[in-house]
Design a protein around this ligand. Structure first.
Ligand SMILES: Cc1cc2nc3c(=O)[nH]c(=O)nc-3n(C[C@H](O)[C@H](O)[C@H](O)COP(=O)(O)OP(=O)(O)OC[C@H]3O[C@@H](n4cnc5c(N)ncnc54)[C@H](O)[C@@H]3O)c2cc1C
Length: 361
């Protein structure tokens, strides 16, 4: 068995890294989380946590799962509309007794539910990873401010622009999916009531979704197809963050009104990227989880769920394996085919619903 003296460093205090930290600490491991921001970033918008993600939370820590259920709302209706507002299809979602629901919830509520269970000294802010070196006995992380950490295993949970990934699979490029998306959360009781998830099907270069996240709030996402200007290649955020009025005018008035009621400073925008499936998830004593390992198009809402599943799997193998090398091999054997499938189907759906795919430089 792996000794509980095993020192594990996690780079990135997003949902994947913080959930893994919680699971490892509850098994008695020594864990340090390093986050480049001063504090874990609890901002963000609405998230659809599909049932697989809720199961990964429930199996690892049922209390966290319950808290997230109470913070959000079960999805109860999928409605597809055309750009004139006409209903194309309307599918109610039912749940058996004791079945875990898919949950619509604010990202802030998820991250806070995870962070509240960690010891206060576990997360180190202002710790931006610069480089990693592997030694005969373990691994060293070097931070921008000159700090170093030495341990037995380093986990890269540092998101789509992962620095740790370079130590596992060098030279990974982002692939541009041809979309620019704006998102926001507004007070609303009527447009998206009772767990409704409304999609305005793609047409005339735009697409939008709106969903209830509980607490009389609605999340919205507005996507436009866009070729990136040369100077924006590889950038996550657009140079001009405003929503073009001409594009917004393609939505029906009621949907447009929800978006227009959002204070501009609360709207987030970003280009959509994914990465090609990686051939490995670990190298030596460095392993990747979450978006660092398999950033994907949001079309199937599998991103956060996949990070929770990774965390659960890695924590279970570190708890049950004879040594760290065996745990990493078992983790990769289990997760690689699953995350490749998520990446493949998410990208396929992106292309099917009409996104123009372009390679980022
Ligand atoms: C438009 C959009 C909609 C989405 N909708 C959904 C949805 O409905 N359902 C769903 O399941 N998923 C959704 N996703 C995907 C989901 O948001 C991500 O998969 C998930 O948040 C990834 O979590 P993570 O912890 O792996 O990475 P992140 O949340 O990106 O966390 C990475 C952390 O690492 C830190 N970091 C980065 N570099 C360094 C460094 N060098 N040193 C130290 N720290 C570092 C960052 O500051 C950050 O805190 C969506 C994504 C997008 C873009």
């Amino acid at each position: 068995m792996i000794s509980s003296n095993c020192r594990i460093g996690i780079v990135g205090a997003g949902t994947s890294g913080v959930y893994l930290a919680k699971l490892l600490i509850q098994q008695g491991f020594q864990v340090a989380v390093f986050e480049k921001a001063p504090h874990p970033r609890t901002e963000g918008c609405g998230i659809f946590l599909v049932q697989a993600g809720m199961k990964a939370l429930d199996r690892g820590n049922p209390e966290i799962c319950k808290r997230i259920i109470h913070s959000g709302v079960p999805v109860r209706l999928f409605e597809f509309r055309n750009l004139r507002g006409g209903v194309i299809s309307s599918e109610p979602v039912g749940y058996a007794e004791n079945e875990l629901p898919g949950i619509l919830v604010h990202r802030k509520a998820i991250l806070e539910a995870l962070l509240d269970t960690l010891p206060p000294d576990c997360v180190h802010g202002n710790a931006e990873l610069k480089s990693v070196t592997q030694t005969d006995s373990g691994v060293m992380a070097h931070f921008k401010d000159g700090r170093q950490w030495e341990g037995d295993l380093l986990v890269g949970a540092d998101g789509i622009l992962s620095n740790v990934r370079q130590s596992v699979v060098p030279g990974v490029q982002l692939s541009y999916l041809g979309d620019l998306v704006w998102r926001g959360v507004v007070p609303d009781q009527t447009f998206c009531p009772d767990g409704a998830f409304i999609v305005y099907a793609r047409g005339r270069g735009v697409y939008a979704n709106f969903f209830d996240i509980g607490g009389d709030r609605t999340h919205w996402g507005f996507f436009i197809e866009k070729d990136q200007d040369t100077f924006e290649r590889g950038a996550l955020r657009p140079h001009d963050p405003s929503i073009p009025r001409k594009e917004l005018a393609k939505l029906p008035a009621a949907a447009r009104a929800i978006i227009e009621s959002t204070p501009p400073e609360q709207i987030v925008s970003r280009y959509s990227y994914d990465i090609d499936p990686l051939p490995h998830l670990y190298h030596g004593r460095v392993v990747l989880i979450g978006d660092a390992a398999h950033a994907k198009s949001p079309t199937r809402a599998r991103g956060m769920t996949a990070g929770f599943e990774d965390a659960l799997s890695l924590a279970q193998y570190l708890t049950s394996s004879a040594n760290v090398d065996a745990a990493l091999a078992a983790f990769e054997a289990e997760r690689l085919p699953i995350v490749h499938e998520y990446q493949r189907t998410s990208r396929e759906m992106s292309m099917k619903i009409g996104r123009v795919r372009k390679r980022a430089a």
